[in-house]
Design a protein around this ligand. Structure first.
Ligand code: 6R9
Length: 803
């Protein structure tokens, strides 16, 4: 508490606020204050007299505002009162809101500065006359959120003007633009004159994309050896944070090279050769990126499968790519839950053997914190303990030099038919693209500490846990556990522990952390103490009730604000559209209204970011992925495939290729062409809907096949209500009526299915295939649900099907 008290920011005079043109709201009721807060009128609270009601009301409104998580504000509290009760109340509120929400007068003036000095080239900014003090906070009215001048001035791309120059070059001279960047990497042999060749038009023949073909390189060499040669041998490459707090480890670039080489040597020894597939079924241990790099070093093609997917999913992937070896570990603990990975692998290998695909070697890492060796099921002859063999191999291993167009990895994504698609990426173009997108979208600086919460079983873990950051010589945090274990403050604990500067995550996580309130014991204690003081001083029943209400409100953002998070510089979001209120919470609460958010739109297929803010280069709009990355030409087409210009909505396609594009679906080039290039001939079709606003900002609206039309049933809507709102027949009728009125009778749902939760993948994607099966009551065809974050929602939905 003493520490919190020291953070009191006392504003000397009320006129100070006048200077800053903030509107002053007179003493009013807590409810009215909250309303003003919601309208974003109130940006400060002044508890400026001895009147106990004013103190309590201001405190209640402040607390209520902090609980209104979608729009947390910043607060000024001016406790001029000498009454111990009001001082304690003010302190309690401040302690609970957290020091980070308290801003000093000099901070306010700095915000005013930001507004008058726009980043050059940002164009005319509307809404500047909105709220002065809260301008640096993302609010509902102010739809543009500016990077600070301080941030812009140090950014790699400091202005929209500079972006436009670079972007125009990347479009007009893609060969020159990407060659210049590719030259910064190591090539055993440079690519020939022709930098790329492509055909994206199915009417002109088979689809083909090639970049730097004929160039000879190795991505592992570029991720590790090249950095060591540049003097980064002692720099930390990986910080590993275990599931339980206190379990951690560190690898420098030199140590990483040793580990990679040992495993690469072992793999070579068991006969894995260039072009062979290796399935990696590992949790987020350091051994996972090590295994990916070891495969890349020897030219083997890795296929990482999320450790937790069922034996069926794993078997399906094994049968498809026929690996020489499977690399796994005995078990993993995610939060309090143990998952016996080796048992899943055993079952998958039995299944795949039945279809004639047998795997000779199952290299198993002993994850001691989850399970001991002795308890692990074992098949002699096939299973090998990692620790028995790998450490015996030398620290050096010759690099297998490969063609830029040699396959690097296969990553399976669940297709709409249920048969997963093996997205194939090649080496050179992917390398250049992953590295460049990482560098610019996060404004990477060598002093940064980067943490991406994604698992390597997802494309995000390939491009932005492993390859992109390591190619830039970055320090990466790898986290084994669950973000809400042991409590929802874990992420910020990790941020503070490693002084993370760049934090990249998914909206689904942002929303879940935003939802998870938590009781702060110091807040509790303080409030009980306040109650005591109030009762002693003769407070009435309602005052005590009010204080208890404060207790509930003030504790909501504690899990974030009890950590400093001062190190954070840039935040990132990926996986699905981030709704503006989650965006604002991320920006205002997590990033203290200081860190730009890179809302990166991309896909497994694209290999790297396609539409993303460049922090520092232009203002952001909460919920918009903003503008295309270098070399990317997004177009919006109508249902006939005709490009639409200006402000519009339609299907998002991409014109011409970029180096990170996938080259085929493994073993099924026809499906590749049919799925992505036939719907709108001449373009790559992303499958997403998109709106472009009057300022040219892109707003991703989700997958275009999100509308479920069930034969014989018409439009079938799964409806999730705001927490606490009960389902009722009246509500059902009123929902249908609302759609009829607002959109039209044609769009009115024929069936509403209450859905407390939806079947979502770990990255937040709705599994439409499962919803379709439930809607058409084909319950015996649900197939594998192990790729879901929470498979129990399926049973819940089935139970509610006829309610
Ligand atoms: C990287 C990744 C791709 C699909 C994509 C889109 C959705 C991803 C998004 C986003 C809106 C963003 N998506 N990022 N939608 N804004 N910033 O997620 O790859 O698993 O293949 O999913 O995810 O619908 O088409 P992948």
């Amino acid at each position: 508490m003493a520490g919190q008290n020291q953070r009191l920011n006392v504003v000397p005079t009320v006129t100070m606020l006048g200077v800053m043109k903030a509107r002053l709201v007179g003493a009013t009721s807590g409810h009215a204050l909250l309303k003003k807060v919601r309208q974003n009128v109130v940006v400060g609270f002044l508890c400026h007299n001895n009147n106990k009601y004013d103190d309590n009301r201001a405190a209640a409104a402040a607390a209520a505002a902090s609980a209104d998580r979608s729009r947390p504000n910043q607060f000024l509290i001016f406790p001029s009162s000498s009454s111990p009760r009001s001082a304690v109340t003010a302190a309690a509120v401040m302690a609970s809101i957290g020091g980070n929400n308290l801003i000093t007068s000099s901070n306010h003036l700095r915000h005013v500065d930001f507004i008058t000095n726009l980043p050059s080239g940002a164009g005319k900014i509307s809404h500047l006359n909105a709220v002065v003090l809260g301008e640096a906070s993302a609010s509902e009215q102010a739809d543009l959120v500016l990077p600070s001048q301080q941030f812009s001035s140090q950014a790699l791309v400091p202005s929209h003007q500079k972006y436009l120059e670079m972007y125009m070059r990347s479009i007009q001279d893609p060969a020159g633009f990407w060659s210049d960047i590719a030259s910064q990497f190591y090539w055993k042999q440079k690519w020939p004159e022709q930098v790329f060749s492509e055909n994206l038009d199915i009417r002109k023949g088979p689809i083909k994309i090639e970049w730097f073909k004929g160039g000879i390189t190795n991505i592992c060499y570029n991720c590790v050896d090249r950095n060591i040669e540049a003097g980064l041998g002692h720099k930390v490459a990986l910080y590993w944070e275990g599931n339980g707090p206190g379990f951690d480890d560190t690898l420098t670039y030199s140590q990483l090279l040793h580990r990679v080489c040992q495993l690469a040597n072992y793999l070579k020894d068991i006969g894995v050769k260039r072009g062979d597939a290796v399935v990696i079924y590992l949790p987020m241990l350091m051994e996972l990126p090590i295994a990916m790099l070891a495969c890349a070093r020897i030219g083997a093609v890795h296929s990482v499968v999320f450790a937790g997917f069922s034996a069926e999913s794993l078997a399906q992937r094994i049968v498809d790519c026929k690996p020489k070896a499977v690399i796994t570990c005995n078990a993993v603990k995610r939060g309090p839950k143990i998952i016996h990975l080796k048992e899943i692998v055993d079952a998958a290998l039995i299944q795949s053997a039945k279809t004639g695909i047998s795997v000779d070697v199952c290299l198993t890492y002993e994850n001691q914190s989850a399970m001991k060796r002795e308890s692990t099921n074992w098949q002699e002859g096939r299973d090998v303990w990692w620790s028995d063999v790998v450490p015996k191999y030398p620290y050096t291993c010759e690099v297998e030099w490969v063609d830029a167009e040699d396959p690097l990895f296969l990553l399976y994504t669940s297709g709409s038919t249920g048969k997963p698609k093996g997205v194939l990426h090649t080496t050179g173009g992917y390398m250049v693209y992953a590295a460049t997108t990482f560098k610019h979208a996060f404004d990477y600086k060598p002093s940064d500490i980067y943490w991406c919460t994604a698992d390597c079983g997802w494309i995000t873990g390939h491009s932005y846990v492993t390859y992109g950051p390591l190619l830039n010589g970055a320090t990466v945090v790898v986290f084994e556990g669950a973000p809400n274990y042991p409590d929802p403050g874990r992420c910020w604990d990790i941020v503070d522990k490693y002084k993370v500067t760049l934090f990249y995550t998914a909206p689904t996580l942002v929303r879940s952390l935003m939802r998870e309130g938590g009781v702060s014991f110091s807040g509790c204690f303080l409030s009980v103490y306040c109650c005591f003081l109030m009762i002693r001083d003769g407070a009435c029943f309602y005052e005590v009730i009010l204080l208890i209400a404060i207790l509930i409100f003030i504790t909501i953002t504690q899990y974030v604000t009890r950590y400093s998070r001062k190190s954070l510089r840039v935040l990132g979001s990926v996986g699905e559209p981030i709704n503006p209120s989650a965006w604002r919470w991320f920006y205002n609460v997590v990033g203290d209204s200081r860190c730009p958010i890179s809302d990166t739109w991309w896909q497994t297929e694209t290999g790297g970011f396609m539409i993303t803010p460049l922090p520092g280069a232009w203002p952001q709009k909460p919920g918009s992925a903003t503008f295309p990355f270098f070399g990317v030409q997004p177009v919006i087409v109508d249902e006939k495939g005709v490009e639409i210009g200006g402000e519009c909505s339609g299907y998002l396609c991409l014109k011409s290729s970029w180096p990170g594009a996938f080259r085929t679906l493994y073993g099924d080039h026809e499906r590749y062409e049919t799925t992505y290039f036939k719907p709108f001939p001449g373009y790559y079709f992303s499958g997403d809907g998109c709106r472009r606003d009057k300022d040219g900002y892109h707003w991703l609206t989700g997958r275009v096949d999100d509308v479920i039309n069930v034969k014989g049933q018409g439009i079938y809507a799964f409806v999730t209500l705001v927490e606490g709102v009960p389902y009722s027949e009246e509500l059902r009728k009123s929902l249908i009526m609302t759609v009829r009125k607002q959109i039209g009778a044609f769009a009115a749902p024929d069936k509403i299915h209450w859905a407390p939760g939806l079947p979502k993948t770990r990255s937040g994607k709705i599994m439409r295939r499962i919803l379709r099966k439930i809607a058409s009551r084909q319950l015996d065809e649900l197939e594998d649900t192990s790729t879901l974050a929470d498979p129990t929602v399926v049973h819940q939905l089935i139970e509610l099907a006829d309610c």
